[in-house]
Structure formats: structure tokens, C-alpha cells
Ligand binder design. Sequence first.
Ligand code: GDP
Length: 311
Amino acid sequence: MRDHFYLVLAGGVGAAKFLDGLSNVISQEEFKVLINTGDDIDLFGLKICPDIDIITYTLANVVDREKGWGYFNETFNCLSILKKYYQFKWFNLGDKDLATHIFRTDLLKKGFTKAEVTSLISKKLGIRAHLIPMCNEDVQTIVNIGSESMHFEEYYIKHNCEPEIKGIQFEGIREAKPVKNVLKYIREAKRIIISPSNPIVSIGTILQVKGIKETLRKVKKKVFAISPIIEGTTIKGPADKLMRYLGFEVSCVGVAKYYQDFIGHFVIDNRDCYLKSKIEELDIKAYCFDTIMENLDKKKKLAQFIIDINN
Ligand code: GDP
């Protein structure tokens, strides 16, 4: 196995698009995915892992490609009744999707770890890539908007990422340990790819799990990242607000500065190519490519480009 696999760090939709391309360019056995679980949330007594599910459904080819999350051809009958019982109304859960959460919660209650459950669900759905949560412990991303604090999912869905962010905490992150063998995978992977995901609440959370950032630093020459910020803005989500709050400029250069310690290579969008020299000043090799993955062909081309970079 040594040297023959890629390790991809992943958040939600941006990462899923990249992995869709990657699994059409190399076989799924050739990559492992380390997935953010800071968005995980308990609802209706069920453990929901939004990023794991987006990646799982995408690689299993059952995802709703228009929305980018959830099952295709989904119905919401169960949710319509749940809404009669609960006050809570902002999270959408389809009927097929609920089966995943029921199965996951059942196994967790029986003592399986999140890593074991993630692996089992992915195998049952026919996935051959190895999917790994960033840790087995519960971590919750809490956002403060001044007047109140809330779970990141509530900020994202109920508030549509609109309020300015005044604070962010990752509850439970101090107790979070990497899943067995993950540090070894970082050392042994042929190449590590940081997907175009939210740098703060998707990749940033993974980086805070004990030992992960330190181990990446030691192998930075083989760490490749793709910028999630194009022309100073996000395609989706609150990465811009979070970067601004943390004092980073909202641009691919800002992301490169945030990743500076542990990446050797950075792919930025063609539209930002005029900033290439600013990234190279940070001692990071920079490459320009069309990174907007609006169809399968573009996803495949970006994945192939990363695989083919000579370093
Ligand atoms: P979530 O789905 O919002 O939880 O988020 P992710 O962790 O996947 O990150 C969202 C980030 O992915 C945003 O900053 C987007 O700009 C970025 N993103 C989404 N789609 C693409 C894409 O096709 N290309 C690039 N370069 N970035 C993307």
C-alpha cells in the first residue's frame, strides 16, 4: 500500500465535486478521504454527519447532483410528520437519507466508532475508497453572530450565512484524536490533496485534530491544495466571512497564507493567475487552472491536472 494512495482532505460540496472528478480519473481503491466532522449535529435523536454524507452519496453515485447533497429522487414524507411533532423546522432530511442516520445512530449506540460506521456505510453503498472521519469524538462548530451563538448548520441553513460572524469555537476539539493510522497515512501517501473546501470550518477543523497539522508540516513538499476562493469570493458558503473575521484577506493569497506552513503546492483559478507571484513569495509552488467544477468534464480535468503535476 505504501506510496500507492492519495489522501484527500475534504469538507462538503466543494470536496465532493473534486472527488467526483478524481474517481473518474483514478480508481477509488487508490484514494483515502479524511473528512471534516465539525458540522455533525444531533437532530431528532439521530447523529447526522453532513460532510461524510455528501462525500458518501457522491462517491456511491446516489447524490442529488443538482443540490449537491442528499439522495437523488428524494421524498420528504417522514420530515413532514416530524415537523408536526418538533418545533424545529430548518433542517431538511429526506426519507432515503434518514435511513443512513438511523443506521449510523443505531451502530454508534451499539459501541461502534464513527470511523467504523463511516467505513461500513460506504462499503454497503459500494464505495471502494477509504472514507475516514477526522476523529471519533464529537466536535461541534459554534458560530457567534453577536446577539446569539448557534451550531454552524443553523447559521448556514436557517440564517443563510447572512449575519457577520463575531466569533467561532470548535467545541470538543481539544479531546479530538486522529483516527487510527491517519498520521501514518499522511506520512505514506503518494500525495496529499486539500480540496477546495471552506479553509476555516472544513479544512481548519481537520487541522486542529491533534498531530494532523504537525505531520502535514513534515511532508509539505507533497501537499497540494486547491483554492476555494476565486476572484476574492466563494462559490458557496461563508468562507469569506470567516476569513475576514480571522483577519485574512479574502483571496487565494489569503488562503495560501492560512495554509503556508504545511502546503508545498497551490492551484489557483486562471482568473487569479495575476496573483501567482504573490503565492510563490510564500515559498509555495503555484499553478493556474480552470478550477470551477461546473460539470463532470471540468471535475475530471482538475483532478487529472493535480495528479499530473511534476514536483
Ligand atoms: P460546504 O459545502 O459549504 O460545507 O463547504 P465546503 O467545505 O465544501 O466549502 C465550500 C467552499 O468550496 C467555498 O469556499 C467554495 O468557494 C468552494 N467551492 C465550491 N465549489 C467549488 C468549485 O467548483 N471550485 C472551487 N475552486 N471551489 C469551490
